[in-house]
Design a protein around this ligand. Structure first.
Ligand code: ADP
Length: 395
């Protein structure tokens, strides 16, 4: 994105904003405040030297509505969001090879990693990593992979107590083969990952939740869960994934407050339904733009952020990390979610920043499961102190 060019502190070497000794910013809140104060000073000096408050290359003026000092890490007094995350729970096997084999060929495995996966599980874990509470809902098979997936979720701090074990199906296992240049090949079975239904989720669990996050699943299950959550007073988000335009998700889409889509999915949905994700008239849509960050569209305008410069090694799971970061930031603010999700685009500056930071962090790790933390989010922002200026609000 051209808006990144020429902004203050935009320096691949990191000089100018990192401590002189090249060390990471220190951990304490005081040091963080100090670092932010230094950035503010840098920004003020840069603004004085830049005509009409525009970016140095004139690409897009800075909106006065932009919050230049976003309050990122949660305070102790912030509320801890309780989320039910419903959808796919997989077991992922990631295999690293030098080069992908040709048909009939053979290649040596350099490294093999196994981890939990599946969008619902990934978001549930990400939310716990960022200080929330999550219950995951979905289904696994009655095999060893299913047992591993449940154990891994429990050890990550997610409550897997509601997960259906379907003994008649294998757990959905995804094999991801990655070559030295980051090229991917994926193999997966559906297995048990859509065996669950809305009726299997305990209503008390839903009533105790602040929010329901849905990922890809049977359309009627998604619709029934969203309706039940609305009746229980919980807000709803939905990340339907790449099959969004091929499945009958209309009812679920209309029952959610926030949709997560990537740009291709947004275009496909606009072409196939009466819902235009780029200009929504009754909900919030967060559209992920890969290495160009994300834009959040509301009926009253939009807020965009061009993302972070990283060297991606594997973008699997970046969308789930984005959703976890966005929700972790939004759900702790009662003014955003107190009465459904706010339609004021200015409210989404921190959620879009945190979502982009988490998405960027996810691209730097090989499996779909990313170790998120507020510390890592802060470090990500610390590497690009100009980012708050690059937020663009259109109200
Ligand atoms: P999905 O994985 O759902 O298709 P994206 O590929 O757009 O979605 O990735 C989700 C988010 O991850 C993006 O909005 C962005 O914040 C981050 N991201 C993805 N790829 C990159 C990249 N190459 N560089 C920096 N951030 C990235």
């Amino acid at each position: 994105m051209s808006g990144r060019d020429g902004a203050p502190g935009d320096d691949a070497s990191g000089d100018g904003e990192r401590p002189d000794d090249g060390s990471e910013p220190a951990e304490g809140v005081d040091d963080w405040d100090e670092t932010v104060a230094e950035w503010d000073q840098e920004v003020d000096e840069w603004e004085d030297a830049t005509p009409e408050n525009g970016t140095a290359d004139g690409a897009g003026d800075v909106d006065p509505a932009v919050d230049r000092d976003p309050d990122l890490p949660p305070d102790d007094g912030d509320r801890v969001p309780k989320v039910v995350s419903a959808g796919h729970i997989n077991w992922d096997v990631t295999i690293h090879v030098d080069s992908l084999p040709e048909p009939d060929g053979e290649t040596r495995i350099e490294r093999l990693e196994q981890s939990g996966g599946g969008s619902a599980a990934n978001v549930a874990v990400g939310l716990v990593d960022l200080g929330g509470q999550s219950v995951v809902y979905g289904s696994v098979g009655g095999d060893e992979s299913g047992a591993l997936a449940l154990r891994e979720l429990a050890s990550a701090g997610v409550d897997p107590g509601q997960v259906l074990v379907d003994a008649s199906e294998p757990t959905s296992v995804k094999y991801v083969i990655v070559d030295g240049s980051g090229e991917l090949l994926m193999l997966a079975n559906d297995g048990a990952n859509e065996s669950f239904s809305a009726a299997g989720l305990d209503r008390d669990t839903l009533s105790a939740a602040d929010h329901l996050h849905l990922t890809g699943q049977q359309p009627e299950t998604a619709a029934a869960l969203a309706t039940a959550a609305a009746e229980a007073g919980a807000t709803r988000s939905f990340d339907p994934g790449r099959r969004v335009a091929d499945r009958e998700f209309d009812a679920a889409l209309h029952a959610t407050d926030v949709l997560f889509l990537n740009d291709r999915e947004a275009d496909a949905l606009a072409a196939a339904t009466d819902l235009d994700p780029w200009e929504p008239d009754d909900r919030v849509v967060a559209i992920k733009l890969g290495d160009e960050g994300a834009t959040v569209r509301t009926p009253h305008g939009s807020v965009s952020h061009p993302g972070f410069d990283v060297d991606p090694v594997d973008t699997t799971g970046a969308g789930d990390a984005f959703a976890a970061g966005f929700l972790a930031a939004a759900l702790r603010e009662p003014e955003i979610t107190g009465d459904g999700f706010s339609h004021d685009p200015r409210d989404y500056q921190v959620p879009v920043l945190v979502g982009n930071a988490c998405g960027a962090i996810a691209t730097e790790s090989v499996t779909a499961r990313t170790d998120l933390s507020w510390e890592r989010v802060r470090e990500q922002l610390g590497e690009s102190p100009e980012t708050d200026l690059l937020i663009e609000v259109r109200a």
